[in-house]
Design a protein around this ligand. Structure first.
Ligand code: ADP
Length: 707
């Protein structure tokens, strides 16, 4: 074999159109072989050349080329034989065969075409004609390539589709409606129903069980045909599989009709909807649960209902939701080892003479309390003798007790029962337990609210009694003080008369006694006066009006003027002072007390200096009365404002211990306050505060601001 794979074209030739295309040149004549090879190379072909049929056949088998230039008149295996062999070759290679013939006869050409050749060219070969023939061959090769690619793509798509079809979960099927036979069913039938398509195709009773099974006596296939052409019909139904499990199938079937409207065929798809259905059922159940809990919350929030009413509402809801006709709330009575029914539905309590209860240590409900777990019993036998007394003698088939858990405590149980068997499952237990937990929370909250309400009521009663007692005491103090005044005055009058009329004849000691009676009387009178003033402050109707503090201070100074003058007190007022809302008389009384104290509690030899000023604090006005006196020791601030409280530091000064109590009571009555602060190096700063008087300023008619 002479294999020459170099492919450099002669210079000056047109650009090669078939760069790299392999060509097998089979030619016994050496000069012709060289000639063909050169032309082909110049056109960009990769040339493999052979001088006889056998060599060419071997070269072809080794690597089939897309194009063969074949001399028909070869020694040994001739061109026709080679042609036939190539065409019969099973490898799928179909090269374009361009025959070269020297013979004139048309027979040679027809022999060549018959043997599988595609085209021919006569010797001596005209290079222009060879060009044309090569172009035709190239086009044919190109077309063959394209055809092959298309066929390959089609084959792979077909394979993919087949695979997809194999893997489909849904079963596709067709039924011939004229014969009533299943004519086609997809392989998924094995997965969905456990039967190969062949089984179903052969056994009508089998496919009719899985694809639209009969409902009662009606034939669904007949009905499908009668229904008319209203689009596909959908049906969902359960089927029992060979293993005994139940699957839900949704079949969508469409009937095909001929021109006259006669049903011909039904095409359908059967889908397994078991999981989807379960999800749907689950969702519905969840909604139902949420709805129940929501309604429970609503019921529990209705105001003003008693615990009995609340329990009855809850139990109605529970029986509706859990579909057990009997429901009760049992409360733990640990002292008696009993669970006592406090509310019930479906139990005739009026007929029961005994209380409805059950021992905790030996009952089903008791077990729920002891284990803090739900207990569900569905066999009548296990229930015997372990039920609450009000269910005695009733043919109970179902019983459940759910613990009412409140933190670490078990309050009791939510009991459910039925005289019929109940379709129960763990889901229901979970829902019942959820409801029970909510019931426990509601009961706990209700009890806490009840306790709060009771203690509030108790508190109100006590507060009422206390203020009544206070009022009585104050009015008693008032009348006693008032009534004491007259005999006191009489006593003083007689003491005065004794001194005046019989003073001369009395022993000096007796005169001293008479004077002491007068002094004590005076002291008592002051005390009574102060007490009366204090009591009056509690009863008196105070009309709150704008009060000018400048005028208050002025009046207070006048009231205690003799006192201040005697003490030689210096008073500085930082005016003008604002107005407050209060009672003028009361405020004068308060300020007078503060002023007299400020002048009174000053160490011997120090001139009392009193400074009065005001300060705004939000909606309140503070009036300060500051002195340079003996001061208030630490920790006594509150004490000095109480009745009869006097500090040892100033106890040698006259006083009753009521002045500051009047200050506090008075300020409280107008919604104000009072207090004291220490001042360095000595002295105290007493303050009173009262609501600020907010004046509304009316703009005069017709006058514009800024005008
Ligand atoms: P009284 O002045 O009649 O003693 P008060 O109720 O007015 O009673 O005062 C109670 C006590 O508070 C006084 O006895 C005194 O100890 C103390 N106190 C009141 N005002 C002052 C003050 N400005 N400086 C020092 N101590 C005071």
């Amino acid at each position: 074999m002479n294999v020459d794979t170099s492919s450099s074209p002669p210079s000056g030739d047109p650009p090669p159109p078939a760069l790299g295309l392999r060509v097998l040149v089979v030619e016994d004549n050496a000069s012709d072989r060289w000639y063909f090879s050169e032309i082909l190379r110049s056109r960009g072909y990769t040339v493999v050349s052979c001088e006889d049929g056998e060599t060419a056949w071997a070269a072809f088998q080794e690597a089939p080329p897309p194009l063969i230039l074949l001399d028909l008149g070869l020694p040994g295996m001739d061109g026709l034989e080679l042609c036939r062999r190539i065409r019969a070759h099973p490898g799928g290679a179909a090269p374009v065969i361009l025959a070269v013939t020297g013979r004139e006869e048309t027979g040679a050409v027809s022999d060549m075409l018959e043997a599988g050749g595609d085209d021919f060219i006569r010797k001596p070969v005209d290079p222009r004609l060879l060009d044309i023939r090569l172009l035709i061959a190239e086009r044919r090769i190109h077309e063959q390539d394209e055809r092959r690619e298309t066929a390959d793509a089609l084959a792979s798509t077909t394979r993919e589709l087949a695979k997809l079809f194999q893997n489909l979960q849904d079963v596709f099927f067709s039924v011939d409606l004229s014969t009533g036979e299943l004519i086609q069913v997809s392989p998924a039938s094995e997965k969905l129903f456990g039967f190969e398509p062949e089984d179903l195709l052969e056994r009508p009773e089998l496919w009719r069980r899985y694809l639209l099974p009969a409902e009662g006596d009606a034939d669904p296939w007949q009905r499908l045909q009668d229904e008319g052409s209203g689009g596909p019909s959908v049906r969902e139904y359960p089927v029992e599989l060979p293993g005994g499990s139940i699957r839900w199938i949704r079949a969508t079937v469409e009937v095909e009709r001929d021109e006259s409207g006669q049903p011909v065929r039904a095409d359908g798809v059967a889908t397994d909807t078991t999981d989807e259905r379960q999800a749907r059922v689950e969702l519905a159940r969840r909604n139902e649960e949420l709805d129940a809990l929501h309604r429970l919350a609503e019921v529990s929030l209705v105001p003003g209902q008693s615990l009995d009413e609340l329990y009855n509402q809850i139990l109605t809801l529970v029986t509706e939701t859990l579909e057990t006709p009997i429901a009760a709330i049992e409360q733990v009575d640990r002292d008696r080892d009993r669970l006592v029914v406090t509310a019930a539905q479906g139990v005739d309590r009026t007929a029961a003479e005994r209380p409805c209860e059950v021992p905790i240590h030996d009952s089903i409900s008791g077990e729920a309390v002891r284990t803090r777990q739900p207990v569900v019993v569905t066999s009548a036998q296990d229930l015997r003798g372990r039920l609450p007394t009000c269910l005695d003698g009733r043919p109970i088939e179902f019983y459940a007790a759910l613990p009412l858990l409140a933190g670490s405590e078990v309050l009791g149980t939510l009991m459910l029962a039925s005289t019929e068997p109940v379709a129960w499952n763990p889901r229901r237990t979970a829902l019942a337990l959820n409801l029970a937990t909510s019931v426990a929370a509601i009961a706990e909250r209700f009890e806490a609210e009840e306790a709060l309400r009771a203690s509030e009521a108790r508190f109100r009663t006590l507060a009422g009694q206390l203020s009544q007692a206070n009022r009585e005491l104050e009015s008693f103090a008032y009348s006693v003080s008032h009534d004491l005044r007259a005999p006191l005055r009489t006593m003083q009058g007689f003491a005065h008369a004794l001194l005046q009329n019989f003073g001369e004849s009395l022993e000096p000691e007796a005169r001293d006694y008479a004077r002491r009676i007068i002094a004590s009387g005076k002291q008592s009178e002051t005390l009574i006066g102060d007490l009366l003033a204090y009591s009056r402050l509690s009863f008196e109707e105070l009309e709150l009006k704008p009060v000018d503090l400048d005028r208050v201070v002025e009046a207070a100074r006048a009231q205690v003027d003799s006192y201040l003058s005697e003490a030689e007190a210096e008073i500085e007022v930082e005016g003008p002072l604002p107005s407050v809302k209060g009672s003028h008389t009361m405020l004068v009384q308060v300020v007078a007390n503060l002023l007299s104290n400020a002048a009174k509690f000053v160490p011997e030899g120090r001139t009392p200096t009193i400074r009065i000023r005001s300060e705004e604090r939000g909606d309140m006005i503070r009036l300060w009365v500051e002195d340079n006196g003996i001061g208030i020791p630490e920790g006594q601030d509150d004490r000095i404002f109480r009745v009869f409280e006097r500090l040892s530091e100033g106890s040698d000064r006259p006083g009753t211990g009521i002045g500051l109590a009047i200050v506090r009571r008075g300020m409280q009555r107008i919604g104000g306050d009072c207090g004291v602060e220490r001042r360095d190096p000595h002295g105290s700063a007493f303050w009173i505060s009262a609501p600020r008087e907010i004046r509304t300023r009316w703009r005069p008619w017709g006058r514009r601001s800024g005008g």
